[in-house]
Design a protein. Sequence first.
Length: 136
Amino acid sequence: MPANGLGTYSLTGQVCLDSVGAALASGVRLIDTAYMYGNEAEVGRAVRASGVPREEVFVTAKLYPSQFSDDEAAIEEALEKMDLGYIALMLPHHPGTGDVEAYRAMERALAAGKLRAIGLSCYYVDELTAFFPVCR
């Protein structure tokens, strides 16, 4: 996972395309997006148009708690919107009802090669302590 990256929160439309393209052109190889940012399609389009080999770009995506009830469809939606073949890292955006089941869906997508890594975002220590024993 590259140490230098671009967070795309609040970047939409042409501004997102231009920002991601400029970041990749300047050597950035980590791009962070999320369902709630509303720019997954633009991020994917910019990565595809960049000329940078896909395997060199580390794209992180996040599922929002409102998606946890239909987790597998949410993962597929992110993959389809970005159209990059796979997502390097997927995270639940923060704890919420159904996060364990969503994480298990991410584990299955990881095993299927749709995701390359999974983890957690914005979890406090007590939430992590409860979460880790119930997931692989």
